[in-house]
Design a protein around this ligand. Structure first.
Ligand SMILES: [Zn+2]
Length: 225
């Protein structure tokens, strides 16, 4: 794997990953017991548990459906194949009982689109700005982002996910990227142009990013005028 971008960038600003909310689901892989996003989002399209979503997407078959059920007032998500139900990516058989109520079917395609929007907003932002001629980026951060045929913008689902059967212990300050495995995230600050601050619409955002693929683990508004 290439040298992480973070080692090349000298100026991070005063923020560290401790200034952001980093959920437990960033440092642990889902287990065979995990049947729903671990941030308790009953709507899978609000979830930030990207490892759970990536697990579902590691099913390469195009025509898969994910079934949403409710059991004891909690949502669970199962994979359906030929009328049988399985864990959405460990593929252990699961038989819904009488307490399990079917809610709806979700096509894999929709989960893909949500995952891509949630995990790569920063990479997309760079791509969009560079494509429109905006040059205010450190050149090292631009290096992995390609205007044409970008690995994680144009060909995201051709990339291989990490091995979900991996037993990993994640050291403090590290997180699990669905593509790059265990990484030390770095903080990137993005401020709107000077003129916006004078016009009282200035915004400064912070992003906690994977140093290899610029996937986003957390982000928040840091200040505004
Ligand atoms: Zn990554």
């Amino acid at each position: 794997m290439a040298e992480p971008i973070a080692t090349k960038i000298k100026q991070f600003g005063v923020y560290t990953t401790k200034d952001f909310f980093m959920g437990d689901y960033l440092t642990k892989l889902p287990t065979v017991e995990t049947l729903a996003p671990r941030d308790d989002c009953c709507n899978i399209f609000d979830s930030k548990d990207l490892l759970f979503l990536a697990g579902i997407l590691s099913n390469k078959l195009e025509s898969l459906w994910i079934y949403k059920f409710e059991k004891n007032n909690r949502s669970i998500f199962l994979l359906e194949k030929d009328g049988l139900f399985f864990h959405p990516f460990y593929h252990t058989p699961i038989i819904p009982d009488e307490n399990t109520k079917f809610i709806r079917k979700i096509h894999l395609r929709l989960i893909r689109s949500h995952f891509s929007n949630k995990f790569y907003p920063y990479r997309r932002l760079i791509h969009k700005n560079v494509a429109s001629g905006y040059k205010n980026y450190h050149e090292d951060i631009l290096e992995p982002v390609k205007l044409v045929d970008d690995k994680f913008i144009h060909h995201l689902f051709d990339q291989k996910f990490l091995d979900f059967d991996l037993s990993v212990v994640v050291p403090p300050g590290y997180a699990i990227c669905p593509y790059c495995s265990i990484v030390k995230p770095f903080v990137q600050i993005n401020s709107s142009a000077d003129i916006t601050w004078k016009l009282l619409v200035g915004r400064k955002y912070g992003y906690v990013l994977c140093p290899h693929c610029l996937g986003e683990f957390a982000s928040r508004l840091l200040s505004m005028s």
